[in-house]
Design a protein around this ligand. Structure first.
Ligand code: ADP
Length: 385
């Protein structure tokens, strides 16, 4: 959303520049990389394109000499002031928080307590959050803007040799809202920077490999926010409940998963693990909606009823997952998800915090900026004929 607004604004600015052939008064001090983008806009404006009408349009006739393009130096973007430079390079402002909203840090409020029993967790609850629904929705939007800015920096870092990435692992039973998180939370950032993978029943090829094979093949590239809609945890959840592997093998997997995640973290990936928890009653309502509405039938599968019947076994399998794989480096977050506005807020908070913790700046140019600027200026009167 923020991205498309920005794009629309830029388009309008570029259009205006083309029309007038004049210097664009872009505010260069904003959260943009400044120098580079300002130059881009400027150079676009400065060049007279085939479609742009110069102010005193002398129509090129066959006899008349085409007018020489004037050097456009006087209209070039001035160097940023020290203040503007500092603003362009400043950290992304942290979304403000009213004291009455989160009374406990989300990561802490959502941490699974030792021996957690899912049956005892209230899926209607909003642990740590004491604001209203309206405040939550407003905050989610504001966090989206912060996330979008942080994600652009992460992306820039990835494009300039950085190796860091963020991986959001989303788990939850059918209708728990995984898709809604993808749409509403990740939908707030530039899709270029997000890589989404969903994991369903393994294909024949996937089954012929180690269970982590398809996961390794789906890891986010440097600079990306990866999202797993279901994940390697299915290999200790559905696989356990449906006894698709023997107990010893499943037992081995918890440690294997911990080691795998430790390896990812070592390689620069921050892992944010979220389990969305709804109540059986809420699932009943959501499944029912899928059945009574013809436009939702595509979301329903008979397998959902089979899974629903195994609720207690899944609850137990999840409890074991939290117990065995909630590590210091990659802790689980158990998010009550009956209220979609809360789960979306909670996941936004966790993701934004993970991005803030990366302390992201803008990559320093690995070329001589002054020399490049000089070379560009020298070509300011470049003619197309
Ligand atoms: P969704 O229901 O999330 O929209 P799909 O219907 O494509 O997505 O696939 C989800 C199903 O795939 C779930 O029932 C899930 O348990 C199953 N699944 C995912 N991973 C595995 C796995 N490793 N082994 C067996 N089944 C799996």
């Amino acid at each position: 959303m923020a991205g498309s607004k920005k794009a629309a604004k830029k388009k309008a600015t570029d259009k205006a520049a083309k029309k007038s052939g004049k210097k664009v008064e872009t505010k260069k001090s904003a959260a943009k990389p400044g120098v580079k983008s300002a130059q881009k806009v400027e150079s676009k404006a400065a060049k007279t394109s085939k479609t742009a009408k110069p102010e005193k349009a002398a129509k090129p006739s066959k006899t008349a000499k085409p007018p020489k393009l004037k050097a456009t130096k006087p209209t070039l973007a001035p160097a940023l002031t020290a203040e503007e430079t500092a603003a362009a390079l400043a950290p992304v402002p942290t979304t403000t928080l009213a004291a009455t909203e989160w009374v406990t840090q989300p990561a802490q409020a959502l941490a699974p307590t030792p021996g957690l029993r899912l049956a005892e967790l209230d899926p209607e609850a909003t642990p740590g959050w004491e604001g209203t629904r309206e405040e939550a929705e407003a905050r989610t939007l504001a966090l989206g803007e912060e996330m979008s800015q942080l994600q652009e920096r992460l992306f820039a870092e990835g494009r300039t040799g950085g190796t860091r990435s963020v991986l959001l692992v989303l788990q939850g039973l059918d209708t728990s809202g995984k898709g809604g998180i993808v749409r509403h939370v990740l939908g707030m950032v530039d899709p270029q920077g997000v890589s989404l993978r969903s994991f369903g029943v393994p294909t024949e090829e996937e089954r012929s490999h180690h269970y982590l094979w398809r996961i390794r093949n789906s890891l986010p590239a440097a600079g990306r926010i990866g999202v797993f809609d279901r994940s390697h945890y299915e290999d200790v959840l559905v696989v356990k409940v449906e006894q698709l592997a023997d107990e010893e093998e499943i037992e081995r997997r918890y440690e294997e998963i911990n080691a795998f995640e430790a390896e990812l973290i070592e390689a620069g990936t921050t892992i944010v693990k979220v389990a969305l928890v709804i109540s059986p009653d809420e699932q009943y309502e959501r499944l029912r909606e899928r059945l009574v509405r013809p436009d939702k039938h595509w979301k329903f599968s008979l397998g959902d009823l089979h899974t629903r019947e195994r609720w207690p076994a899944y609850a137990q399998a999840y409890e074991t997952v939290f117990e065995r794989t909630s590590t210091e480096a990659a802790p689980w977050h158990v998010v009550p998800a009956n209220r979609k506005w809360f789960s979306r807020l909670a996941v936004s908070e966790l993701l934004v915090q993970a991005l803030r913790d990366l302390d992201l700046g803008w990559p320093v140019a690995d070329f001589d900026v002054a020399a490049a600027l000089e070379a560009l200026d020298a070509s300011a009167s470049l003619s197309l004929d």
